[in-house]
Design a protein around this ligand. Structure first.
Ligand code: ATP
Ligand code: MG
Length: 453
């Protein structure tokens, strides 16, 4: 029996099973924890005769009494019907239309229930008329390229990545609906893909990073068979788009669980596939691994205090020790240190961006954080009041603090800056807005000479 066939049978079995419904009195979800605009949207859909569910990660987090990052609403109303119901609605997406509801301070996404490619396998084989794109499309390896068909609430739940992300909250009776084994897995702290892990990770390799992220952020365990598959498939992560992988890196590392996420990435082989140069540098070197763990642990602690590192500070801490060491080796060969750092940084980031594309703005900030170090290390520094106005000053100083804590060095420079900052009005430091775009140059229109005059 082929894997796809086994998976289709498994899906059919799950769909044939009655979902478990937990009535309002028997679960811990309180509507007080749900954003007002989300509630209003759910009520309006319900009052107009549509099914309206909260679905995905927000239900998982509400059940765990955590604050959801965002709320996803799913309904049987078609995009056109949603648009007619909400005057603040804009439909987005060309292939699968999603409704965006624009409120004063946020945009909510409402999606119509969808089905998985395998719920309608016949569609893949059906001949497609000229100029019509098939609704489902997989490449030769099984990665889903297009997945675009409306479905039932069950199908919508079962096309999701993990059982704990497939729970729904039904606004019509405030019950929780479990179409798979989400509630049990939530109780046991298990990340379990819906269906065959091999197929699900192949369809979308980013799910491997999502598994690591949820395991790290929720202190859960990836179900053993899924973990084994993930380790075997780790090298395929590079097939995901570099832009999407960058976004996933931020979600993995900036939200308070960077250290455990790094550990899982490292042992699964995902790190080697994402950042081969960095992974090679770590090798089995426990000292280097300790440096990374200490830096990431520091970010996690700060996150608990409500402070997240900027992406550029994170990447500086992530790549910095390797870049510094490589630059030092080249510097010994006689090249000036600032130029060496720049060159090493450029070469390394170019190599990385084949897999994970770090935006140019973040790369230039990261470069400034590293190249500013020699200015900060001098005691006393030259023209400190100019240095503090540089947009990357705060991050560069935070980087020096990290290094100082690690190596027990640069104490005098750090103390000098601490003293200087305590005496400097903050208005001076924040004078230059960090995100200010360079003023646009006005293009002068050249007047064409009129022929014949
Ligand atoms: P977070 O707390 O980070 O927002 P989340 O689980 O809500 O976690 P989202 O990226 O907001 O994650 O996605 C919302 C839901 O969409 C998920 O809970 C899951 O049901 C579904 N989903 C997201 N990405 C995928 C994917 N790659 N494959 C299948 N389902 C997905
Ligand atoms: Mg979410």
């Amino acid at each position: 029996m082929t894997r796809n066939l086994a998976f289709s049978i498994w899906c059919a079995m799950l769909q044939a099973m009655q979902p478990i419904i937990i009535p309002r009195k028997e679960h811990r979800i309180s509507r007080k924890k749900v954003n007002r605009n989300v509630l209003r949207t759910l009520y309006r859909l319900r009052d107009n005769g549509f099914i309206a569910y909260l679905i995905g990660g927000c239900v998982r987090d509400l059940l765990l009494e955590r604050t959801p990052k965002d709320f996803d609403i799913a309904t049987d109303a078609r995009p056109g019907q949603i648009k007619r119901l909400f005057s603040n609605c804009r439909l987005v997406g060309r292939r699968f239309r999603l409704a965006h509801l624009h409120f004063a301070d946020e945009i909510l996404e409402v999606s119509t229930f969808r089905a998985d490619a395998l719920s309608d396998e016949s569609d893949m084989e059906r001949p497609v008329p000229n100029n019509h794109k098939p609704r489902h499309l997989k490449d030769d390896s099984g990665m889903v390229l297009r997945d675009n068909v409306f479905g039932t609430p069950e199908q919508d739940a079962l096309r999701r990545d993990f059982t704990i992300n497939a729970l729904a909250y039904n606004i019509s009776d405030y019950s929780v609906i479990d179409y798979s084994t989400g509630l049990g897995d939530l109780r046991e702290g298990l990340i379990r893909p819906i269906g065959d892990p091999y197929i699900r990770f192949t369809e979308d390799p980013v799910r491997m990073l999502r598994a690591v992220r949820f395991a790290a952020s929720h202190n859960f365990v990836i179900e053993p068979a899924a973990w084994e598959t993930l380790c075997n498939l780790s090298s395929t992560i590079s097939r995901a788009s570099p832009g999407r992988l960058y976004e996933e890196m931020l979600k993995l590392f900036l939200f308070g669980a960077a250290r455990p996420a790094f550990g899982l990435l490292h042992i699964s082989g995902l790190l080697a596939a994402l950042f081969p140069g960095l992974s090679k540098w770590f090798g089995g070197n426990t000292h280097r691994l300790n440096i990374m763990n200490t830096n990431l642990g520091h970010f996690d602690q700060r996150y608990q205090m409500g402070i997240s590192p900027s992406p550029s500070l994170f990447f500086a801490a992530f790549f910095g020790p390797l870049l510094e060491e490589t630059a030092l080796a080249s510097h010994r060969d006689g090249i000036p240190s600032r130029l060496t750092r720049d060159a090493v940084c450029t070469e390394f980031i170019e190599e990385c961006s084949r897999t994970v594309s770090i935006p140019g703005r973040v790369v230039s900030q990261l470069r400034s954080i590293l190249t500013m170090q020699h200015l900060l290390h001098r005691v006393p520094p030259r023209r400190p009041s100019v240095i503090v106005k540089r947009p990357e000053f705060t991050d560069a100083l935070a980087y020096m603090h990290l290094e100082g804590e690690l190596k027990g060095e640069k104490r005098s420079a750090l103390a000098w800056w601490d003293a200087f900052l305590s005496e400097t009005p903050s208005s001076i430091i924040t004078e230059t807005p960090t995100d200010e775009a360079p003023a646009k140059r006005r293009r002068r229109r050249k007047r064409r000479a009129i022929r014949g005059t």
